[in-house]
Design a protein around this ligand. Structure first.
Ligand SMILES: C[S@@+](CC[C@H](N)C(=O)[O-])C[C@H]1O[C@@H](n2cnc3c(N)ncnc32)[C@H](O)[C@@H]1O
Length: 260
């Protein structure tokens, strides 16, 4: 992914809310992200699920219509306020889930959000702690092939053939993408890092789906049109094994951290 130069940096998701409304209203979200998420989630009536990074609560509203009881968590006051018209919400900076009791929920999910949370190891440990044995975790992320700093399409000028530059795929890193007149940070973790952290926390992998750019996005962009086979989104589903881990304190809140 590229590095925007002239866009104002922000890590405040309330400042990014306007950009996110436009992104979420893009039909590509409904056509690509939502079906992929529902394919791995397998919602069950009566289940209590945490929506981690719930935004304005659109996903939870859809699940509530299917009898799922959703509780959101989001760091943005503006987005959490909107979500609270749809379902209960904790205003919290993830991966901290100290507000939720051990084994209190049937599962959790995070859609296009984990790539913005610090400390993914703690994210997997905390979601495992608050989920009952036999419960599930579903994550939909921008594929790490996309979030690697310096990754992106490269065109051969001689014949127009498209290649993919992997950038710094193999190490954890960060990149910034334009978000309206601001920029948003993506935290890159290689797939192996995420799978190892989840397994360490007691999550047992049940499904991993990878998806290329959809036809609507491709029809608007000749470069994206040649991306059909390059992974763009990834959806993962895990089952909570027994026993779960101890509570995890996020690195930024541990004694001695400058970000406490
Ligand atoms: C790209 S939006 C996705 C929103 C929602 N999951 C959806 O798909 O409609 C990312 C969301 O994660 C939230 N977020 C980002 N970092 C967070 C953090 N550390 N803790 C809690 N929420 C966070 C943002 O406020 C925003 O609502």
């Amino acid at each position: 992914m590229g590095t925007p130069g002239r866009h104002e940096r922000t890590d405040d998701w309330t400042d990014l809310a306007g950009w996110w409304f436009a992104e979420a209203a893009d039909p590509a979200y409904q056509e690509e992200v939502s079906p992929l998420f529902l394919q791995v989630l397998r919602p069950q009536r009566g289940h209590v699920l945490l929506d981690l990074g719930c935004g304005e609560g659109r996903i939870g509203e859809g699940l509530a219509a299917q009898g799922v009881r959703v509780v959101g968590v989001d760091v943005s006051l503006e987005l959490a306020r909107l979500a609270s018209d749809r379902h209960p919400v904790f205003l919290k900076r993830l991966p901290d889930l100290a507000c939720v009791r051990d084994e209190a929920v049937d599962g959790a999910y995070a859609v296009l959000a984990l790539e913005h949370f610090e400390d993914s190891g703690c994210f997997f440990a905390e979601t495992a702690r608050v989920t009952r044995a036999g419960g599930s975790l579903v994550v939909v992320i921008n594929h790490p092939v996309y979030t690697a700093p310096g990754s992106g399409p490269v065109m051969d000028p001689s014949d127009g053939e498209l290649f993919w530059r992997f950038g710094e795929y193999l190490s954890p890193g960060r990149s910034r993408e334009p978000a309206g007149d601001r920029s948003v940070e993506f935290i890159h973790r290689p797939v192996g890092t995420l799978l190892t952290q989840a397994a360490t926390a007691g999550w047992s992998l049940e499904a991993a789906l990878e998806q290329g750019v959809g036809s609507r996005a491709a029809s608007k962009d000749p470069i994206l049109a040649q991306h059909g086979d390059i992974p763009h989104l990834m959806a993962l589903r895990w089952l909570r094994r027994y026993p779960g881990p101890e509570r995890c304190v996020p690195a930024a809140r541990r004694p001695g951290s400058s970000n406490r």
